[in-house]
Design a protein around this ligand. Structure first.
Ligand code: NDP
Ligand code: 8X3
Length: 251
């Protein structure tokens, strides 16, 4: 079927994407920092679908690690058909004058620079084959800035701009580039944002039916199923009760 590389496959959207693509017959490269989760997912995919899995353990913020680990994968794994740039996070929810520099650095380094480091390795492989599909996970936060979302929204806005730039520059090589912008989805996202405060994370999803990781994975897979001459450039999906990044009709 092909090879998909999913960053941030140890949880949430990335894990659901890895399972979905494996269930459709893809060989899967899975990445993340939590090694045990990568190993558990590898076992699951191998047992359930007979998938060939290449687990890669690295921090996308670390330019050298990305180059050493991803840049040196065996030749047969370099024919990547689909790259899902998913690894990312929101850290904190603070008025900008009170924001934590550590949180800002984590978001900018992961959501923007990490996406670039990974793509910089994979794009030449796609260019040399004049084929491939890059799917960048943005957010409704890329489309509207919400109160206290400041730097997170800025990183997702950057993903939006980088996606447009990739599409233009990779056009001569017939590489498809798609941005998918989900709204509120219940994953580990809010637990990470609120630094492990599970009650606060859970409260965010009360009063409406959020997207699930599987909802997002289904859409990610869908955009790869279209005819060769068709590319979805930009796709926003939200729960029915969410109109945009800052308006959710609870209850
Ligand atoms: P989760 O927290 O459930 O999963 C995040 C994934 O990213 C994990 O696999 C994590 O792996 C990986 N990751 C985070 N930081 C790093 C890093 N430095 N290096 C390598 N991997 C990293 O969140 P979601 O699945 O919800 O989020 C996935 C993407 O979707 C993010 O980009 C997020 O911004 C975006 N998004 C989320 C929405 C939501 O409401 N949930 C809505 C819109 C967009 P590990 O910790 O093992 O490294
Ligand atoms: C995640 C969606 O609205 O929690 O990108 O910022 S939101």
């Amino acid at each position: 079927m092909g090879i998909v590389l999913v960053t941030g496959a140890t949880a949430g959207f990335g894990e659901a994407c890895a399972i979905t693509f494996a269930s459709k017959g893809y060989d899967v490269i899975i990445t993340g920092r939590r090694k045990e989760r990568l190993e558990a997912l590898q076992t699951q995919l191998t047992q359930e679908y007979g998938t060939n899995v290449l687990p890669l353990h690295f921090d996308v913020r670390d330019e050298q690690q990305v180059a050493d680990v991803l840049g040196n994968i065996p030749e047969e794994w370099r024919a990547i058909d689909v790259l899902v740039n998913n690894a990312g996070l929101a850290a904190g929810l603070s008025s900008i004058e009170e924001g934590s520099l550590d949180d800002w650095n984590a978001m900018i380094d992961t959501n923007v620079k990490g996406l670039l480091y990974v793509s910089r390795i994979v794009m030449p492989w796609m260019r040399s084959r004049t084929s491939g599909h890059i799917i960048n996970i943005g957010s409704t936060a890329a489309k509207n800035v919400y109160a206290k979302g400041n730097v997170y929204c800025a990183t997702k806005s950057a993903v939006d701009a980088i996606t447009q730039g990739m599409r233009i520059d990779l056009l001569p090589y017939r590489v498809k580039v798609t941005a998918i912008h989900p709204g509120a989805a219940e994953t580990e996202f809010s637990i990470v944002r609120f630094k492990g405060d599970e009650a606060r994370a859970k409260a965010f999803y009360e009063g409406f039916i959020p997207l699930s990781a599987q909802d997002v994975a289904d859409v990610v897979y869908y955009v790869t199923t279209l005819p060769a001459h068709v590319c979805i450039n930009d796709l926003v999906l939200t729960p029915l009760q969410q109109a945009n990044a800052y308006y959710i009709d609870k209850n």
